[in-house]
Design a protein around this ligand. Structure first.
Ligand SMILES: *[C@@H]1O[C@H](CO)[C@@H](O)[C@H](O)[C@H]1NC(C)=O
Ligand SMILES: *[C@@H]1O[C@H](CO)[C@@H](O)[C@H](O)[C@H]1NC(C)=O
Ligand SMILES: *[C@@H]1O[C@H](CO)[C@@H](O)[C@H](O)[C@H]1NC(C)=O
Ligand SMILES: *[C@@H]1O[C@H](CO)[C@@H](O)[C@H](O)[C@H]1NC(C)=O
Length: 964
C-alpha cells in the first residue's frame, strides 16, 4: 500500500518536474567552462530501481591479472552484486544503487560490482556522480568513477576507505589505475578544510566531478571545489584522448600502499546519481557542420539544469570499442632497410667471434698447448680424471696461491729450473683459457699474484735465482698433496694400495686442484642459492617472507624448515670471507707490496666495468619493454617484492654507477631500485672492504708475536661487529687465511686427531646451528634472535642502543647479522678443514659454474623479471595450476640463464679482466722503446735535406730541429 503510494507520488513528480534529454537536440551548454556537449546520460537511483537499460549495464568479468606493482588480489565483477537499497547516509535522500564486494576467495579473487555505459564513444565531457564511499573500518576497497579505453588511456577518481578510517582518501588520476601518491589525492580529513569546504561527512554521499575538457585540460572536483587540475604542459606524456567508456566500479586489489584491503567480510559502496554530458567520437566532421548550422542560433539545454533526465540516442557503432588504426608500414621501408643491413653485419660479426672463441667447447686449445709444449704433462692432466677444461678454469687462475700450485704442475719448467726454457713456454701460453674465463672476479680479488711472481721473473731475467719462489711453491704443493692423500686415507679408510695408486696415478695436480676447487665450489653453490632465494622472493613469497599468503600449504613448511638453511641470506657471507684470502694471500706469504699495488689498481675497474655494462644492458632491455609483464606479476604470485623502474636520465645512470664505487656500506645504493633484483648492494661492500683487507694485511704481517697478532684480530673483529660493519667478515677471512698460510694450522690439526675431530664437530655445529637460531624464530612468534641482536648495537643517529631507538625491529637486509657471521665462519672452516666436504664442493657441476658466477649474479634477475614474469602471468591467465606454472617458469628461466652464461661470460671477462690487466701492465711495466712514428716512411722524406737524416731519430727531435 505504502509502496504504491510512493510510486504514485514518484510518477507525479516525474511528470511535473522532468525534462528528457532527447528534447535537447542542440546539446548542453556548460556555463562554467563555456563548452557545449552534444550528448548526455543521466540516471537517478532515487527515481528508478532498474538500471536504465538503454544506457547502463552491470558488468560480468574476472581479471586474470592486474597491472599494479602492489596488487596481491585480482578484481572481478558480477551483476548480482549490484543492488538497489534505501540509503540513510548523509548527502542523499531515498534509494541508491549498491555495489557490493564479496569476501576474497582463497585464490585471491575479489568479486565486486561494476556499472558501465553501453556507449564507448565518449570523448571529452563533464561527468558527475554522487558516490557513497565504502564503509569505514571493514577493510580497504576502491570505489571508482573511471573513463577508460585501455590501461594507459584513463581518467579516473578513486574513493578509498583504506583499512584505517583515518587513512581514507580520494585520488584523482590519469593514465593509471590505483597507483599514485597521496599528493594526487585528498584525505577525507581534509574535505572540510577551507580549500575544499565540503561540509557534509565524506563518508556519506559526495558529489564528485571530472571535467575532461579537451586534450590539454582535465580537472577534478569535490562538490564544486577544484581538487586536482592537470594541464598537458605540466606532464611528460600526452593526456588521454581516445574515445572511452564510463564506469562506476567497486573493487579491491589489496594494494597496501593506496587502497589497502581487501575487506575480509565484504563491503559495499553506493551511487546516488550519475550525470554525464559529453561528445561522441562517432560524429563525423560533416555531422559537426550540420550540428553547427542547425544549432547556430537555437538555444542549448543547460548542464546545470537538474531536471534533465534520460539518455541521448546513439547508434550501434557507438557501443563498440574504438579501434586504433594501425600505422602504415610502407613509409618505413628505408628505416627497415638500414636496420636489416646493420643487423646482418652485427650478426655475422658476432657469429664469427663466437665461433672463433667457441665458449661452449671444452678447451682443447689448452690441452694442445700444454701437450705440444710438454708432452709428458698433458696425459697426466687428463688421467687425473678431470677434463682439460677443468684444469684451465679460472679457479686455478684466480685463487692466488693455488694458481701457483696448479700452475707449477702444469709447467715442468718451473718445478725444475734446470729444464726451464723461458720463452718457449710462457705462463700465458699454457693457460689461454684461464684468461678467457674467470669472471668470478666479483667476489674476490682474482689475484694472480703467485702467478705473477713466476711470470715476471721468467720474463725479466730468466735467471735461476728468480725462479726460486716458483720452486718453493712447487714444493709446497707437493707437501700439501702428501698430507691430503694421507688424510684422505685416514678418513675414508682406503686400503694402502689405494694410497699408492692415488699417489702414483694422480700426481700433484690432483691434490693441488682439489685444494683449489673446494672454495670455488662453495662460492658457486652460494651463488646458486642466492638466485634461488631471488626466485622464491619473486614467485613464491611465502617461502621467504613470514605472514604472506601461500598458494600451497607446503610453502609454509618450506619457510619453517628449508628456508633457514638453504634460502637464507647468510649465504652471502661465504662470498665475503673467502674473497679476502685471494686478495691478501700473496702479500701474506711474500711480503711483496707489488701484489697489493696491483689489486689496489685493478679492484675497482674489475668490479665496476662488468656491473656498468650489464646495468646498461638491463636499462636497454627495460626500455624496449622486456620487463613489461613484471608489473602484472604481483597479482599472480602475491609477491610485491619485485619492482624496477628505468633510470630517469643518463646522468642518474652515471651517478648510480659512481655510487657503487664510493657509497659507504650499510646503505642501499640507488641502483638497487633500477637494477633487476637489487643484488648490487654487495658491490660497495666488497669494494670498500677490499681496501680494508689490503690495509689490514700490511699491519697484520708486521705484528710478529702470535698472541699480539691474535689479540689484534680479536679487537678488530669485535669492533667491526659492534659497529655493524661488514668488515667482520673480511677480518675473519683474513684470520682464516693467516692461520692457514702463516701458521699452517691444517697440518697441525691433521696430525692431532684428538683436536681435529672435536674442532671439526664444533665448526659443523656452528654452520648448522646458526641457521637453526633463525629456525626457532620462524616457529616462535614474537621472538627473533636477529631483532634482539640488532638491539644491542649503537644507533648511529642518536648514539643510544638501537634497542632504545625508533628503528628497533628486524634488521634491514643490508646489515650484517651475527647468525650470518657465525654461519659463514662455520661453513668456511668446514670446507677448509674437512676433506669429505671438500670432495663435495669440488664436483664437476660447481666447477663448471664457477667461472660464470659473476654473470649469474648480474643476469639472473633480468631473466626472472622479464621472461619469468611473462611466462608466469600468461600461464596463470590460462588457469594453469600454480605448481605447474612454477615448474615451467623455473625450467625456462634457469635454462635461459645457464644458456647465456657461456656467451656473456667472455664478454664480461673481456670488459673486466682484460681492461684491468692492461691498466696494470701499462702502469707497472717499463714501456717498450719508442718506435719511429713515421713508419713506413723514412724521416728523410719529410726533411727534404737528403741523407743527413740519421740524426733524426724521431719526430720530436725533428720538431726541435725545425724550431731552431
Ligand atoms: C532524487 O534526488 C535528486 C537529488 O537529490 C532530487 O533533485 C530529486 O528530486 C529526487 N527525486 C525524487 C523523485 O525524489
Ligand atoms: C534530503 O532531505 C532533507 C529534508 O527534506 C533536505 O533538507 C536535504 O537537502 C535533502 N538532501 C538532498 C541531497 O537532497
Ligand atoms: C586542505 O587540505 C589539503 C590537503 O589535502 C591541503 O593541501 C590544503 O592546503 C588544505 N587547505 C587548508 C586551507 O588548510
Ligand atoms: C592504449 O591505446 C593507445 C591509443 O590507441 C595506444 O597508443 C597505447 O599503446 C595503448 N596502450 C596499451 C597499453 O595498450
Amino acid at each position: 500500500m505504502e509502496g504504491t503510494l510512493f510510486i504514485l507520488t514518484f510518477i507525479l513528480q516525474l511528470v511535473i518536474a522532468v525534462t528528457d534529454v532527447s528534447s535537447c537536440s542542440c546539446g548542453f551548454a556548460d556555463s562554467k567552462t563555456g563548452a557545449i556537449w552534444t550528448d548526455a546520460l543521466i540516471a537517478y537511483a532515487n527515481e528508478t530501481g532498474e538500471l536504465p537499460e538503454r544506457s547502463l549495464i552491470a558488468e560480468d568479468f574476472q581479471n586474470p591479472y592486474e597491472k599494479n606493482w602492489n596488487a596481491r588480489y585480482r578484481a572481478g565483477a558480477k551483476p548480482s552484486n549490484l543492488g538497489h537499497e534505501e540509503s540513510t547516509r548523509s548527502g542523499w535522500n531515498g534509494t541508491a544503487w549498491t555495489l557490493k564486494i564479496d569476501p576474497p576467495t582463497k585464490d585471491h579473487i575479489v568479486l565486486g560490482a561494476s556499472l558501465r555505459s553501453i556507449r564507448r564513444d565518449i570523448q571529452y565531457g563533464t561527468f558527475e556522480a554522487a558516490l557513497g564511499a565504502p564503509k569505514p573500518g571493514v577493510g580497504g576497497s576502491i570505489f571508482a568513477m573511471r573513463l577508460d579505453y585501455n590501461e594507459t588511456q584513463t581518467v579516473n577518481l578513486n574513493v578509498m576507505n583504506a583499512d584505517a578510517p583515518k587513512d581514507a582518501w580520494t585520488s584523482f588520476m590519469i593514465y593509471g589505475d590505483w597507483r599514485g601518491t597521496r599528493s594526487k589525492g585528498v584525505n577525507f580529513s581534509d574535505f572540510g578544510n577551507r580549500t575544499y569546504g565540503f561540509q557534509d561527512s565524506p563518508w556519506g554521499f559526495v558529489p564528485y566531478r571530472i571535467d575532461w575538457n579537451n586534450a590539454t585540460d582535465i580537472d577534478f572536483f569535490i562538490g564544486d571545489a577544484l581538487a586536482r587540475s592537470i594541464r598537458s604542459k605540466g606532464v611528460a606524456k600526452p593526456l588521454p584522448v581516445t574515445p572511452m567508456t564510463l564506469r562506476i566500479q567497486h573493487s579491491s586489489i589489496g594494494d597496501m600502499y593506496t587502497s589497502e584491503g581487501p575487506p575480509p567480510d565484504g563491503s559495499d559502496a553506493r551511487v546516488g546519481m550519475l550525470r554525464a554530458f559529453f561528445n561522441s567520437s562517432s560524429m563525423t566532421s560533416d555531422d559537426h557542420d550540420a550540428f553547427d548550422k542547425r544549432c547556430h542560433l537555437a538555444p542549448a539545454c543547460l548542464v546545470s539544469d537538474t531536471s534533465l533526465r534520460g539518455a541521448s540516442n546513439f547508434t550501434l557503432a557507438a557501443s563498440r570499442p574504438w579501434e586504433h588504426k594501425t600505422i602504415d608500414y610502407k613509409k618505413r621501408w628505408p628505416a627497415i632497410f638500414v636496420v636489416s643491413i646493420s643487423a646482418a653485419i652485427s650478426t655475422i660479426l658476432l657469429a664469427h667471434a663466437t665461433s672463433k672463441r667457441a665458449p661452449w667447447k671444452p678447451k682443447e686449445a689448452a690441452t694442445t698447448t700444454i701437450s705440444s709444449a710438454d708432452p709428458p704433462v698433458a696425459p697426466t692432466a687428463i688421467s687425473s680424471g678431470r677434463t682439460s677444461r677443468d684444469l684451465s678454469t679460472p679457479p686455478s687462475f684466480i685463487y692466488s696461491e693455488h694458481d701457483a700450485l696448479a700452475f707449477t704442475v702444469q709447467m715442468p719448467g718451473m718445478g725444475t729450473p734446470g729444464q726451464a726454457t723461458p720463452g718457449s713456454v710462457t705462463p700465458r701460453a699454457s693457460m689461454p683459457t684461464g684468461s678467457s674465463h674467470g669472471s668470478s672476479q666479483v667476489f674476490w680479488a682474482l689475484s694472480r699474484d703467485s702467478l705473477d711472481i713466476c711470470k715476471v721473473d721468467e720474463k725479466k731475467q730468466a735467471g735461476s735465482q728468480i725462479v726460486a719462489p716458483c720452486v718453493e711453491i712447487g714444493k709446497y704443493a707437493e707437501k700439501k698433496q702428501v698430507e691430503v692423500t694421507v688424510k684422505e686415507i685416514g678418513e675414508m679408510k682406503h686400503p694402502v694400495t689405494n694410497h699408492a695408486t692415488l699417489a702414483n696415478a694422480k700426481p700433484p695436480i690432483t691434490a693441488a686442484k682439489q685444494r683449489v676447487d673446494y672454495l670455488a665450489g662453495l662460492v658457486a653453490l652460494a651463488s646458486i642459492l642466492v638466485t634461488l632465494i631471488h626466485f622464491a622472493l619473486t614467485f613464491l613469497p611465502a617461502t621467504e617472507i613470514p605472514y604472506t599468503h601461500a598458494h600451497y600449504e607446503s610453502e609454509i613448511w618450506a619457510l619453517k624448515i628449508v628456508t633457514p638453511y638453504l634460502l637464507t641470506f647468510s649465504w652471502i657471507g661465504p662470498f665475503f670471507t673467502s674473497s679476502t684470502r685471494f686478495l691478501i694471500a700473496s702479500y701474506l706469504k711474500s711480503g711483496n707490496l707489488k701484489g697489493i699495488a696491483e689489486k689496489t689498481v685493478g679492484r675497482t675497474p674489475r668490479l665496476i666495468i662488468p656491473c656498468a655494462a650489464i646495468a646498461a644492458l638491463e636499462y636497454f632491455c627495460m626500455q624496449v619493454g622486456a620487463t613489461n609483464w613484471l608489473e602484472y606479476l604481483p597479482s599472480v604470485t602475491w609477491s610485491t617484492w619485485p619492482y624496477t623502474a628505468g633510470y630517469v636520465t643518463f646522468g642518474h645512470f652515471l651517478s648510480e654507477i659512481l655510487e657503487l664505487m664510493y657509497i659507504i656500506p650499510n646503505a642501499v645504493p640507488q641502483i638497487t631500485f633500477n637494477y633487476c633484483i637489487g643484488v648490487l648492494w654487495t658491490i660497495p661492500v666488497q669494494l670498500q672492504n677490499s681496501w680494508l683487507s689490503l690495509l689490514a694485511v700490511i699491519v697484520i704481517r708486521e705484528i710478529k708475536a702470535p698472541w699480539k697478532r691474535m689479540g689484534y684480530y680479536a679487537f678488530c673483529i669485535l669492533m667491526h661487529y659492534y659497529a655493524m660493519s661488514w668488515g667482520t667478515f673480511f677480518w675473519v677471512g683474513l684470520l682464516i687465511a693467516d692461520l692457514d698460510l702463516t701458521y699452517k694450522w691444517k697440518e697441525w690439526l691433521y696430525s692431532r686427531p684428538w683436536v681435529y675431530y672435536p674442532f671439526l664437530t664444533f665448526v659443523a655445529l656452528l654452520a648448522v646451528g646458526s641457521p637453526s637460531i633463525d629456525l626457532v624464530g620462524m616457529w616462535k612468534a614474537n621472538w627473533n634472535f636477529n631483532t634482539l641482536e640488532f638491539g644491542i648495537h649503537p644507533h648511529q643517529r642518536t648514539g643510544h642502543a638501537v634497542r632504545d631507538s625508533s628503528d628497533y625491529g628486524y634488521p634491514a637486509y643490508y646489515l650484517p647479522r651475527l647468525t650470518a657471521l657465525t654461519f659463514s665462519i662455520g661453513f668456511h672452516l668446514l670446507v677448509e678443514l674437512s676433506t669429505v666436504v671438500q670432495k663435495f664442493f669440488s664436483n664437476r657441476l660447481l666447477m663448471w659454474l664457477f667461472p660464470h658466477i659473476l654473470t649469474l649474479y648480474l643476469i639472473h634477475g633480468l631473466v626472472f623479471w622479464s621472461l619469468g614474469a611473462a611466462i608466469c602471468v600468461h600461464l596463470a591467465a590460462h588457469n594453469v595450476p600454480y605448481w605447474a606454472n612454477m615448474l615451467v617458469v623455473a625450467i625456462c628461466t634457469y635454462s635461459v640463464i645457464f644458456g647465456c652464461l657461456p656467451l656473456l661470460t667472455p664478454i664480461l671477462e673481456g670488459l673486466g679482466k682484460s681492461i684491468t690487466q692492461k691498466i696494470w701492465q701499462d702502469a707497472s711495466s717499463k714501456p717498450p722503446p719508442r718506435r719511429k712514428t713515421l713508419y713506413p716512411f723514412s724521416p728523410e722524406m719529410f726533411q727534404g735535406n737528403g741523407p743527413d737524416g740519421e740524426a733524426m731519430d724521431d719526430v720530436e727531435s725533428q720538431a726541435v730541429k725545425e724550431k731552431k
